[in-house]
Design a protein around this ligand. Structure first.
Ligand code: HEM
Length: 439
């Protein structure tokens, strides 16, 4: 895990605050009250100090939309090379496992700098074109319908994460990549803990277990890509391999290497399903308690896309991202030396009252919802935004048509997996009137 282009690089220590930067000595995005409801705290932090150093995290926190956008739009100064890195130093057990000579994914997309990032993105973008997404829509609807049928036939109440929100995005991205369905359960178990590794604070034992899963998963990806190298199919991996055959050498400034193809497959499978699972749950957590909004959607399913967009603003499945400075710079009036780690707080920016009118109101008819920052901005703008939006829209269209009486089971307490970035409940219990579910 040593060189600049390695996929995950753990820090050796926690950085000191930049001189002159306001310091917060106690707040952490891993605090229980922040995990339970980040918004009131994020708003308060933003109003106190738009840019401050969080001692618990070792990062400078950026809270205002305009500052976050200017970070995203200046990738030469604010590099994305740290976005997949563990937050804290790793224990020996995990370091030993990930030190295996064949654990060598390279940074390819979210964590790769220019000009290589643009070179690789040119290939991956093709797979996510609107034309390609449209060809996936029927399959998505078919799988979502089958999962929903199963949930309904099992009867009310249902646990939505297990019934639909987890399997649907995972199956879609795995079929998109080309992984065979019989491997789904195994792949999901390997990807599940990545959230803790790069964005949480796992114990030494947990780190060892996660590291083993990551190593197994990397080996699986390599074997899978090798199988497609020998025999192509109609999937994203085969498209990347065709591109590699046509132009295999990155040194000429345009090609994509075989290791880069393997690493794209490794990265996209996690990026492509975990935040979508959370988004599917968050749409319902926002809509179902507000019956006027849910009923409006049931009466007019064309509101589904707008409901997804407002959820991405109001209760996003990704509430932060990271950057690191490549040289001395100034942000929000604060001097930042080179190598400063920066935590971009989407939660505070998406609820900023001089960007969104009445930001604490969830309103699916809000005209400006898409100004949210939940998919990032600039050269690294989320590659899967269209796919995520489509999955969430289809799930809402189907649910609102089939189960207008759907509501949240009363008195449930949501658990949020402790991490600084991804936000969605571990479980979501739903209920509906049986007669409403009749086909
Ligand atoms: C609600 C779901 C999702 C959210 C909230 C989300 C959010 C994000 C964010 C914030 C970034 C970083 C943007 C930046 O640095 O400017 C990103 C990058 C990325 N996302 Fe997503 N994402 C979601 C779903 C997906 C899906 C479904 C896929 C793929 C199947 C995907 C693939 C990627 C990739 C490959 C990148 C890196 C792009 C690059 O560096 O060029 N994401 N996403």
């Amino acid at each position: 895990m040593g060189t600049k282009n390695t996929y995950h690089q753990a820090p050796d220590s926690i950085a000191a605050p930049p001189p002159g930067c306001p310091v917060h000595g106690t707040w952490s995005p891993l605090d229980e009250d922040y995990l339970a409801d980040p918004y009131p705290i994020a708003n308060r932090l933003r109003d106190q100090h738009p840019v401050f150093y969080a001692e618990e995290l070792g990062h400078v926190v950026v809270t205002r939309m305009s500052d976050i956008e200017s970070v995203f739009m200046n990738p030469d100064v604010f590099a994305s090379t740290n976005v997949q890195d563990p937050l804290f130093p790793l224990a020996d057990g995990a370091t030993g496992i990930l030190g295996a000579p064949d654990f060598d994914p390279v940074a390819v997309m979210s964590n790769r700098s220019e000009p290589d990032h643009a070179r690789i993105r040119a290939y991956t973008r093709l797979g996510f074109s609107n034309r390609r997404l449209r060809t996936l829509e029927d399959y998505m609807r078919e799988r979502a319908t089958a999962l929903l049928d199963q949930m309904v036939s099992n009867g009310s109440p249902a646990e939505y994460v297990g019934a639909l929100a987890f399997p649907l995005p995972a199956e879609i991205v795995f079929r998109f990549i080309g992984f065979p369905p019989e491997d789904d359960v195994m792949i999901k178990s390997w990807c599940g803990n990545r959230k803790a590794f790069s964005w949480g604070q796992p114990t030494a034992d947990e780190q060892t277990q996660i590291a083993q899963g990551m190593l197994d998963y990397w080996r699986y990806c390599r074997e899978f890509v090798a199988s497609r190298r020998d025999e192509r199919a109609d999937d994203f991996t085969s498209e990347l391999l065709n591109a590699h055959d046509a132009d295999p050498d990155p040194a000429n400034g345009t090609g994509i290497s075989y290791r880069e193809v393997e690493s794209v497959v490794y990265g996209i499978s996690f990026a492509g399903h975990d935040p979508v699972t959370a988004l599917l749950c968050n749409t319902l957590r926002c809509l179902l308690p507000r019956r006027d909004q849910w009923n409006a959607l049931c009466a007019d399913p064309s509101l589904a896309a707008a409901a997804v967009e407002e959820t991405l603003r109001f209760e996003s499945s990704q509430i932060s991202w990271r950057r690191v400075t490549t040289r001395q710079t100034t942000l929000g009036g604060i001097d930042l030396p080179a190598a400063t780690k920066v935590f971009l707080n989407f939660a505070s920016a998406n609820h900023q009252d001089d960007v969104f009118e009445d930001p604490e109101v969830f309103d699916i008819r809000r005209k400006t919802a898409s100004r949210h920052i939940s998919f990032g901005k600039g050269i690294h703008f989320c590659l899967g935004a269209g796919l995520a939006r489509m999955e969430a829209r289809i799930a809402l269209e189907l649910l609102s048509a089939r189960l207008p009486s759907l509501h949240l089971a009363p008195d449930q307490i949501y658990e949020f997996f402790p991490n600084i970035t991804f936000r969605g409940p571990d479980a979501l219990h739903l209920m509906w009137d049986d007669e409403a579910a009749a086909p």
